[in-house]
Design a protein around this ligand. Structure first.
Ligand SMILES: [Zn+2]
Length: 142
């Protein structure tokens, strides 16, 4: 699939354009190999399992469990837009039913039940200055 993202990630391979397009449309989609069915995230141009070049960008419920998390205590140069949010928590979420694919995002809401393995659900946010013009997904412990 050839897709020219209007949002190239610095240092990225630009295979994730459809992720951002879907998120902006309010949908959570990840690439699934059309050849063998394996979920692949981060996005690649080619399936690491069977070598296929074809992916179906399949809609999923933005639900999973916390694989890992960290608290940011400092407004780093590349994230100055979030200086007013410090400290904030970023979670790495293992998506339910997606071969262990993990998606990152900021944690919203109550942190009392935050722990590795905690169930979370995502909410899609429209593109914003804070997210450098990208749509984003924030996660809440369920
Ligand atoms: Zn495959």
């Amino acid at each position: 699939m050839n897709h020219n993202s209007p949002r190239p990630i610095a240092g990225g391979i630009a295979a994730d354009g459809l992720y951002w397009d879907a998120l902006e449309a309010g949908e959570f989609r990840l690439p699934r190999c059309a050849g063998c069915g394996r979920w692949t995230w981060p996005a690649h141009w080619r399936c690491g399992e069977c070598g296929s070049w074809d992916f179906d960008w399949t809609a999923l419920q933005p639900k999973g469990v916390v694989y890992s998390w960290t608290r940011t205590w400092y407004a780093f140069d590349r994230t100055r837009e979030r200086a007013g949010d410090v400290p904030y928590v970023v979670v790495l979420v293992e998506i339910d039913g997606a071969d262990g694919a993990r998606v990152m995002g900021v944690l919203a809401g109550d942190e009392a039940a935050l722990k590795i393995g905690a169930p979370v659900a995502g909410t899609i946010l429209a593109p914003s200055q804070k997210a450098k013009g990208y749509p984003s997904i924030v996660w809440s412990v369920q």
